[in-house]
Design a protein around this ligand. Structure first.
Ligand SMILES: [Zn+2]
Length: 159
């Protein structure tokens, strides 16, 4: 595995263990050249996924991008990295089981929203505001209304 910091090919596995739900193997690696440490994951992939972007372009699905968008939505929320990994795996598995050869990006967005809605209201609103491209305050308040008072309060406090 090439070192992401210096590009050297001589990297070593320091530690290898399954993720909490045993859906992935997490490996801590270190670079023999520059000493940098990084993590790799080994996972089951049922099939290659292609995403249809809003402008019609077809691009290969990237798990890292999906993970980042969910991490951003969940920043500083009481959700562990392992839990986020599980959530991403669940979304990916659902997409892999979809019969369509290519999946519209809107569908991915909707799926993430549904998942976040059950998990964390604040993260849901954050994600929804990006995904639905909120332009006006009323869009924001409509989503808050869907969530109920307790979540709405938490979100308002954070703004
Ligand atoms: Zn290196």
């Amino acid at each position: 595995m090439r070192c992401p910091h210096c590009g050297a090919l001589d990297t070593q596995v320091r530690d290898s263990r399954p993720s909490e739900d045993h859906a992935a193997i997490r490996r801590r690696r270190s670079c023999s050249e520059c000493g940098a440490r990084f993590t790799t994951f080994e996972r089951v992939q049922l099939r290659e996924l292609t995403i249809i972007k809003r402008d019609g372009r077809m691009v290969p699905f990237e798990r890292e991008k999906l993970t980042r968008s969910i991490q951003v939505a969940l920043r500083k929320r009481p959700v562990s990295p392992d839990r986020i990994e599980q959530l991403v795996s669940k979304v990916v598995r659902t997409l892999e089981n979809d019969n369509d050869p290519a999946i519209p990006s809107e569908k991915v967005g909707r799926l993430v929203m549904e998942t976040l809605k059950k998990l964390d209201g604040v993260a849901y609103v954050r994600y929804a505001s990006v995904y639905r491209d909120f332009r006006e305050a009323k869009d924001f308040h409509r989503v808050l209304g869907e969530l109920g008072d307790s979540f709405a309060h938490a979100v308002e406090e954070e703004r």
